[in-house]
Write a protein that binds this ligand. Structure first.
Ligand SMILES: CCNc1nc2cc3[nH]c(NC)nc3cc2c(=O)[nH]1
Ligand SMILES: [Zn+2]
Length: 374
């Protein structure tokens, strides 16, 4: 068993690469898509479902779990793995992004960010030290530093000032969690908005501090696809090739392919789980909007090539009925299917990279997923 944090590169194809990241709860084959389990659950699924669809690692949100049920409680009950019954790797974000996108009345200062809970309005402070303590309590295998996700459209002066603070926070996070502490890894987050020189500065500063992996933050925040790809292509090579590279909040099939082509190893996005709940299903023949009337009498499976329980057991007509009737089973079957699709797509991508045919695989998928509006 390798030491947590060991990252072994496998065959590559252009900038795309395969790898294996060792964590305290098992190895993760990359490139990997991480299902989002915001409040200690991937909505509507049991951990057994996640194992069945070959999920390797899931994401938990520090902001939510800190507010409810509380990180101290989770620690007292044995940590997040035991609490939620998931024995595989868990990555927790640092809450920074949720604070900026969910809470009200937030103030940013040297000490950290103060905010009001979206649940009961109570006031809280997330300092670098605090978010490290929370993630240590949760016992996640990969922790993220506290950062400011610079809003899309921020000017250079704001971006520069924010970057300097984010780097000081990253240093404080590293000091609060020295390398190898209890096998929990710590990833830094590159910011710098859409200014390439600031992105380079951010990456260099984080490298100097030294992290177990490096994330690209501040993307998928409302920018156009071309703006994201421009920064992606420019910033990814700045991240050390021998450490995992994580593109936060991405994404649609097309964006996963672009990320892998640029050399990204890890992804997370609410798309498959959120879209499942609004009836948008992903198949290898393209997207299916299950609520459409055309499926009312369609007795065929959603995707005959899909091994998931929903496709092996039910017709589109039934899936449509459940959705229209707002039945709970609709969320479960749709989520099972969408995460199975993402899991299979990533497995096929890893194999395509190993076989040196990633470009062909990407073209094949893009023919089916031309320009996802997401
Ligand atoms: C770990 C918390 N920090 C942190 N999370 C993020 C989550 C994102 N999710 C999206 N699009 C859905 N962009 C993101 C950027 C960041 C980012 O810049 N920082
Ligand atoms: Zn399926």
């Amino acid at each position: 068993m390798n030491v947590p944090g060991t990252f072994t590169l496998g065959p590559g194809d252009g900038n795309a690469r395969t790898g294996c990241l060792t964590t305290a709860h098992g190895d993760v084959e990359t490139p990997i898509f991480m299902p989002v389990g915001t409040q200690g659950t991937v909505k509507s699924l049991c951990p057994t479902d996640l194992h069945d669809l070959k999920a390797q690692i899931i994401l938990g949100n520090t902001y939510h779990l800190y507010l409810r049920p509380g990180d101290e409680l989770v620690a007292k009950l044995g940590g997040l793995h035991r609490f939620m019954g998931w024995d595989g790797p868990i990555l927790t974000d640092s809450g920074g992004f949720q604070v900026f996108s969910l809470s009200g009345l937030r103030q940013i200062a040297e000490e950290g960010v103060t905010f009001s809970s979206h649940i009961d309005g109570s006031r809280h402070l997330f300092s670098p030290e605090k978010v490290i303590a929370i993630q240590q309590n949760l016992g996640s295998d990969i922790m993220m530093v506290l950062d400011e996700c610079v809003p899309y459209g921020a000017d250079r002066a704001y971006t520069e000032k924010s970057l300097a603070l984010t780097t000081r926070w990253a240093r404080r996070c590293r000091q609060a969690h020295p390398g190898g502490h209890r096998g929990q890894l710590l990833f830094g987050i590159v910011q710098g908005g859409f200014f390439k020189d600031l992105r380079a500065e951010s990456a260099a500063q984080l490298l100097e501090i030294g992290f177990d992996g490096y994330a690209l933050g501040g993307l998928s925040v409302g920018e156009s696809r071309e703006e994201m790809y421009d920064i992606l292509g420019d910033a990814t090579p700045l991240l050390p090739a021998d450490r995992p590279r994580y593109l936060m909040g991405v994404g649609a099939p097309r964006d996963l392919l672009a990320g892998m082509a640029a050399g990204i190893d890890m992804f997370d996005c609410v798309l498959p789980t959120r879209n499942a709940r609004n009836g948008t299903l992903f198949t290898f023949q393209g997207k299916v909007n299950i609520k459409r009337a055309e499926y009312r009498e369609d007795d065929t499976p959603l995707d005959p090539t899909c091994p998931c329980y929903a496709c092996q057991t039910f017709s589109k007509a039934y899936l449509r009925h459940l959705y229209v009737a707002r039945e709970l089973l609709s969320y479960r079957l749709n989520t099972l299917h969408n995460l199975t699709f993402f899991s299979i797509m990533m497995e096929r991508a890893r194999q395509a990279i190993r076989d040196g045919r990633f470009a062909a695989f990407r073209a094949e998928m893009e023919a089916v997923y031309p320009t996802d509006e997401e």
